[in-house]
Design a binder for this molecule. Sequence first.
Ligand SMILES: *Cc1c(COP(=O)(O)O)cnc(C)c1O
Length: 227
Amino acid sequence: MIRVTENLRKIRDLLAISAVEAERDPETVRLLAVTKKQPLDKILAAASMGQRDFGENTVQEGVDKILAATESGLTWHFIGHLQSNKTRAVAENFDWVHSIDKLKVAKRLSQQRPTSLPPLNVCLQVNIDEEPGKSGISIDEAPELAAACMELSQIRLRGLMCLPRIRQEFADQRRPFARLRQLADALRDMGIDTDTLSMGMSADFRAAIFEGATIVRIGTAIFGERT
Ligand SMILES: *Cc1c(COP(=O)(O)O)cnc(C)c1O
């Protein structure tokens, strides 16, 4: 547990340093702690240090943890692939979904989001490297899906998310993140204004911050290898 505390402190420092290097306000980069396949006690250890945003990538495991983590004021993000027959539990329990890649899923989430809750925050997942078999829409599909999501009352389109393929060099890591940022700029020019770029993980968050990430999703670097 000491390790989670130390790691979280270290990551916070690194995020702030990266932001300053990128001439950005560190407050504009939000840390999403990815807890998939990690035990509840590690989540609670991070929460006790003030960590508020947590990410899960499967419905059942995520909902179980949301119900078990009684600490108040936590924000839960669904970041995995979402099948349309599993939307209800997500609409009822999560605060964000980063992985919208079909209008059908967005519509169901909006319909199933309880009106007693604020609209569900969503990002469109973009298959930024156009990798075959990988989740996400193409850049070309983004304007139409984004416009359609704007019409749904119980979801709120916050921005774009990507999961690029692994690259070693900093300059190479920046390229897909730059493309996602440019796509958000293009949507803005079309009147679709968003405030979120969900990009960067343990291995490439610095490059993502240089390209404007507002949420970085970090698991291993905080919680260690997944069991
Ligand atoms: C697992 C996961 C992460 C975190 O990855 P790490 O390399 O452990 O930091 C981020 N985003 C998504 C979508 C994930 O599934």
